[in-house]
Design a protein around this ligand. Sequence first.
Ligand SMILES: [Zn+2]
Ligand SMILES: [Zn+2]
Length: 387
Amino acid sequence: MADAAHVIAPSGGCNGCANNATTLQCPTCLKLSIKDSYFCSQDCFKRNWNEHKALHKSTEDASKTTGALHNPFPDFQYTGSVRPVYPLSARRTVPKSIRQPDYADTGVPTSERMLNRAKVDILDKTAQQAMRKVCRLSREVLDIVAAEVKPGVTTDYLDQVCHKACLERNSYPSPLNYRNFPKSLCTSPNEIVCHGIPDQRVLLDGDILNLDVSIYHEGYHADLNETYYVGAKAKADPDNIRLIETTRECLDAAISIVKPGTPIREFGEVIEKMANERGCSVVPTWGGHGINTNFHPPPWIPHYAKNKAVGVCKAGMAFTIEPILALGKSKEMYWPDKWTNATVDGKRTAQFEHTLLVTDYGVEVLTARNEQSPGGPIPMPIAATTR
Ligand SMILES: [Zn+2]
Ligand SMILES: [Zn+2]
């Protein structure tokens, strides 16, 4: 419950009783620009809270129906400068002719929940071909969305582009309604660690933006993400470059050791060592995962050193590696939307992800970039590469 703020003199009576009002005004009303919500005392304000707060809700609902852009959580203590900009666009639809995962209608990934977390699938030749296909399509989708990244566009527009590109490929956008996620793409700018919800926020020159694309095609999922520089200002910031290029190289270094027999726990050793050498920290909460007919089957793949992951790579396994590095603290927290994950210190993070297939002798990067892919590495600032 909110506490009343002391402000300017009231113009009339108390909102809660027949007394004259004092200078106590409801702080939520102030933020919502609701006028004259004065109370005679803190006690009276508290007594009337249940009825009074309905006024906040109706005011907020009205701004939603009129489509006015607003911050849906005005009381939340944001850690950085990014804010949600609502209303979210209406839920996008997928024609029934496109094969859908089990959670598409319910939000509950039932088959994934029933899995034995200790058993890792080995894909046969047919399944491997299906994974190659869905991953090639997912790369096309990411590249189409990434080509639209520039200052002035909203993340909701990028979601629309992603959704359309999925449907054109006879594919379902895997994030849509996965555990009730509302959109077809994850967009995570600046201090947003992952799982940002596309909304009406406009990209700014100087932002960095992660696009996490996952698609479901003919019964198989693919998953990949990259972090992009938004505008020339973003590429002029040495910290952005150090963060993004280090993360990209950490993923590449981890991929370079994938082959039958490599312990799953080794990836975190390689990633954290390189991250720390470049003054970045590894966000430990989020890991890579198996991927096949389910979106997130075992194994779980930590990106930090000295982890206790069991098991080794075997030919026929498909999984992602997707390290998230931070410029500051590696600790993160949720926004009230229960999805958006932000760093506690508001400093920036970057992430890169590929879907991989372990082969008899090494690895196939199923979601690899091609020559036309937007983005790609830029030179590291001199100071960061010399040591
Ligand atoms: Zn992903
Ligand atoms: Zn993933």
